[in-house]
Design a protein around this ligand. Sequence first.
Ligand code: SAM
Length: 238
Amino acid sequence: MRFGFVTLFPDLVRACFGTSVLGRAVERGLISVEVADPRDFAYDRHRTVDDTPYGGGPGMLMKVEPLALALASLEPTEGSAVVATDPAGHPFTQEVACELSRFEHVVFACGRYEGFDERFVRRHATHRLSIGDYILTGGELPALVMADAVGRLVPGVLGDPGSLEQDSHSGDGLLGPPNYTRPPEYEGLAVPEVLLSGDHKAIAEWRRQESLKSTRTRRPDLLTRVRLEKGDSNRLSS
Ligand SMILES: C[S@@+](CC[C@H](N)C(=O)[O-])C[C@H]1O[C@@H](n2cnc3c(N)ncnc32)[C@H](O)[C@@H]1O
């Protein structure tokens, strides 16, 4: 999987691929990262990448040409995904992460100031994505959030691919059950007995019940989209 970033802050992006799971994935050649800075493609003496909005209004916008040239330097093809980070975009979800993981090349354009000249997005982006209903100072963190979610789906990146199926928002769409590790008791809170029983059928049943319970309590909105199994209606009403 090739990730590209169009960003005015290349160091911010590179730092995230130097450590931990994604860092190891880069080392092992499962993921590659390329960065292009629009400032290197600005054609005037001052290397200007922003300008005032037509029609007036506060702040500055990112100019279309340096963005387009920076993007072109990453050599996207017809088969690449080009993601414009945009708080007004489609919500980024696990489903979208799965969709992006099927591309071999994903480029993220990181906005700054008041955002992009709309023509950059119209002409070059295949996706316009938001990571949530709030405004950040720039598109680097949203791009890194998305790249992290997509990168861990690349085969071989996670040590145990089984964890992908267990994740919240994956597989059946339920939130995951609570998890415990040693010690068996902490400040009066004991690990649920069933998890110590060694009875795998009972453990699977308990986990399903807990997943359903926490989804109903914390994210009832998800239940309409969940793939319910036989017995789930009973579990939900118990
Ligand atoms: C200060 S924001 C601009 C917000 C813009 N004026 C608006 O109201 O939509 C600068 C850039 O940060 C990025 N950004 C900020 N919040 C974001 C979010 N929730 N999701 C995705 N990108 C975001 C976008 O690239 C955006 O162009």
